[in-house]
Design a protein around this ligand. Structure first.
Ligand code: PRP
Length: 212
């Protein structure tokens, strides 16, 4: 795909998401040479600029116009609360946002930890669970196992992490997948380039199964 206009794409830097996003973009016809091993976070290939952005930050880069578009999981779009244009569900191995607790524990849920504090508060509120939500950065399973909290709200993909930590999925809050997000102003200013990319991504076969 030849780019007539300069295009900046926010690529999620997480191992799983980056690998998946790059594969989709290359299959859509963008020529992106291998840049693994480079410590630079911004890569220019002719009219294409790739920014390696932490997954939770992709919606902000796109919404605020630094990137014209980006690829990111629906979990981070929900958590960002940003009003980005989301034209395509890009599939990927399905995953979900769930309420997770200690196996067979019937105790009340008073304190919950999550990387997705905003979504967790909203979803617990909607279910009438008046828990206190604390924001942690990762490895949430440990918060449940050590008794720091009664439950966690986290993503589940293969279920392996839950199984190995003897944790239990109490309720699925949302089914998730990867999405293309587009800056609304860029869609007007770079209409032909972005619409061609959207069209090409739309016509890729749905992919399933991404390597961890
Ligand atoms: C995510 C999530 C779980 C795990 C679930 O963590 O927080 O720990 O993946 O995946 P599974 O169901 O396939 O086992 P991530 O790998 O993003 O690391 P983190 O906890 O450090 O954020």
């Amino acid at each position: 795909m030849k780019l007539e206009q300069r295009l900046t794409i926010a690529l999620p830097s997480g191992e799983r998401s980056k690998h998946y996003a790059l594969r989709l973009l290359r299959r859509a016809g963008l020529e992106i040479p291998d840049f693994q091993g480079s410590r630079s976070l911004s890569h220019e290939f002719g009219n294409l600029r790739i920014l390696e952005v932490k997954d939770p930050d992709v919606p902000a880069y796109v919404d605020l116009g630094v990137a014209d578009c980006g690829i990111v999981g629906k979990d981070w779009i929900l958590e960002s609360g940003r009003d980005v244009y989301e034209p395509i569900d890009l599939g990927g191995e399905p995953y979900r946002l769930s309420l997770i607790g200690i196996q067979n524990s019937g105790s009340r849920i008073e304190r919950v930890a999550s990387k997705y504090a905003r979504s967790a508060r909203k979803m617990l509120n909607e279910r009438g669970i008046p828990a206190d939500v604390i924001q942690l950065s990762g490895k949430l399973e440990l918060a449940a196992l050590t008794g720091l909290v009664d439950a966690i709200v986290d993503v589940v993909q293969t279920g392996r992490t839950l199984k190995e930590n003897n944790l239990h999925e109490l309720e699925v809050f949302a089914q998730l997948s990867y999405r293309l997000i587009v800056n609304r102003a860029a869609l007007k200013l770079k209409s032909s380039t972005l619409r061609e990319l959207i069209h090409r991504l739309q016509h890729l076969e749905t992919e399933t199964g991404i390597e961890k």
